[in-house]
Ligand binder design. Structure first.
Ligand SMILES: Nc1ncnc2c1ncn2[C@@H]1O[C@H](COP(=O)(O)OP(=O)(O)OP(=O)(O)O)[C@@H](O)[C@H]1O
Ligand SMILES: [Mg+2]
Length: 463
């Protein structure tokens, strides 16, 4: 045994990885070598643990977070290769560098083939050793980081509960992830209940604005002045009733996301103001004159056909283009194939839990009815249907009788209606209303839902 197995080169500066205080485990049956390596690595800012053989090394790996193992190959009890194989199972994120003496280089090369990062030869050069250690730790760090990222993404996906496995849905989720980090405005379109709000919040969470909040404003819920006050805030006396000073939603959403829901309902006057804010990235509170800078990412949603509204002069074309930088059209539930069943199962679990029930699943008739039904109200309608069934159902499996009537009669919903060319619009409309009513046994409320009109409109037209 040599007195000092390490040749004394000039020491290089500690690497970046050393700054992070990585933990290195040195495994060698020569105590002298362990001590010398400890000293060298410790001086360079690493935290060092030592073990005299593979078995001892394994004990440490089970207890500590070790970033890198520097291990001899031939040791009494467990050797370096066996230690590495065991480590790949119990601590897969740990990187290995093999220590070789004369005559073991072949084995060291073998070790690299099965996963070691590199090897260093005895007697060591301090420069080479530190260089190899630094590189091995860099790789370890990257691998660990990637795994972390993947784990976080899975967590987030779980958190948002975007259920769906159909191709159209996978595509939508992929797009949402891709566009999340840009600041581009997104316009989410799609029928009612398709998940526009669900997607808006997922995009926000996936974005680098997730630390701030997403602020939602429904443009349909408020009359013009109130909506503007809500969006831009106001100064005292800005309008009757504006007593104090109030921050608008734009200010609250600063550095975060503003979700403008049902944007098609916004009045033309408010549209002008919104457009100006989007162009200038500053707002003025109502009754105020100082521009306030805001950094806000806009996600807008509508189930109206905005292009149609533009043609009708109800929506400004310039605002439409400003909002529609990225358009995501969410698919209707009808286009999502087996997602119906996937979602039904998911909601069954949710409402089982909420209601202290333990329904096991669906009868085959119930499954068939749900698959055949056209779900005009999309995921929201399905969710409501399952909630209702969970409450009503007294059997172990959700039976078809506990599903809402329109679902039960779903099959008839697809019956085609023949309207000869030459029919007046008025007659065609009456035919469709009558056929829809027939398919739901004259239930005017349900028929109105399906047709997307108010029940009183049906009454009026029938008279
Ligand atoms: N992919 C999905 N996975 C799980 N739940 C969903 C999904 N899509 C929608 N939902 C649920 O369905 C309901 C309706 O979704 P959401 O409010 O996002 O629809 P919307 O498109 O905004 O509808 P509207 O145009 O009527 O406002 C919500 O309760 C939501 O949690
Ligand atoms: Mg919505």
């Amino acid at each position: 045994m040599t007195a000092d197995p390490i040749r004394n080169d000039r020491l290089p500066a500690p690497t970046a990885a050393a700054d992070a205080k990585a933990t290195i485990l040195v495994v060698d049956d020569e105590p002298e070598l362990c001590r010398a390596l400890s000293k060298l690595l410790g001086r360079n800012g690493y935290f060092v643990l030592t073990a005299g053989n593979g078995e001892e090394g394994l004990v440490i790996l089970r207890q500590e977070t070790v970033h890198l193992v520097l291990s001899d190959l031939k040791m009494p009890r467990m050797g370096g290769l066996d230690l590495m194989k065991a480590a790949q199972v119990i601590s897969p994120e740990t990187e290995f560098v093999i220590i070789t003496g004369h005559g073991t280089i072949e084995t060291a090369v073998e070790a690299m083939k099965v996963g070691a990062y590199d090897f260093v030869e005895k007697p060591f050069s301090t420069t080479t050793t530190l260089k190899v250690v630094g590189k091995a730790l860099e790789k370890q760090h990257l691998m660990a980081e990637n795994q972390d990222l993947r784990r976080r993404l899975e967590e987030i996906q779980g958190m948002h509960n975007i259920i769906g496995n159909s191709d159209v849905m996978r595509q939508a989720m992929e797009t949402a992830q891709q566009v999340a980090d840009s600041t581009a405005t997104i316009l989410l379109t799609g029928e009612s209940g398709t998940g526009k709000e669900v997607f808006a919040s997922a995009i926000h969470r996936w974005s680098d604005r997730a630390k701030q909040s997403m602020v939602r404003v429904s443009c349909a819920a408020l009359p013009e002045t109130l909506l503007e006050a809500e969006l831009f805030g106001y100064e005292p006396g800005a309008f009757t009733g504006a007593v104090g000073r109030r921050q608008g939603r734009f200010e609250v959403a600063h550095r975060g996301t503003l979700f403008l829901d049902e944007v098609g309902e916004m009045s033309l006057t408010t549209q002008v103001k919104l457009l100006r804010v989007l162009q200038e990235s500053t707002i003025e509170r109502l009754g105020g004159s100082d521009p306030i800078e805001v950094d806000v990412r806009i996600i807008a949603a509508t189930n109206a056909d905005l292009e149609e509204l533009v043609r009708e002069g109800k929506f400004r074309e310039d605002l439409f283009y400003r909002l529609n930088v990225i358009n995501m059209e969410l698919p209707s539930l009808r286009e999502r194939g087996d997602d119906v069943i996937l979602l039904a199962d998911y909601f069954l679990q949710v409402y089982n839990e909420k209601n202290g029930k333990s329904l096991q699943g669906f009868s085959s008739e119930a499954l068939e009815a749900m698959q055949k039904y056209s779900w005009p109200g999309n995921v929201r309608e399905l969710e409501n249907a399952i909630e209702r069934s969970v409450v009503l159902c007294k059997t172990e499996f959700v039976n078809v009788e506990s599903l809402p009537r329109p679902v039960l009669q779903g099959k008839q919903r697809f019956d085609a209606l023949t309207i000869p060319v030459g029919t007046s619009l008025r007659d065609a409309e009456m035919k469709l209303i009558q056929a829809t009513l027939d398919s739901v046994e004259g239930d005017k409320e349900t028929a109105a839902n399906i047709l997307g009109i108010a029940a009183r409109t049906i009454y009026r037209k029938l008279n």
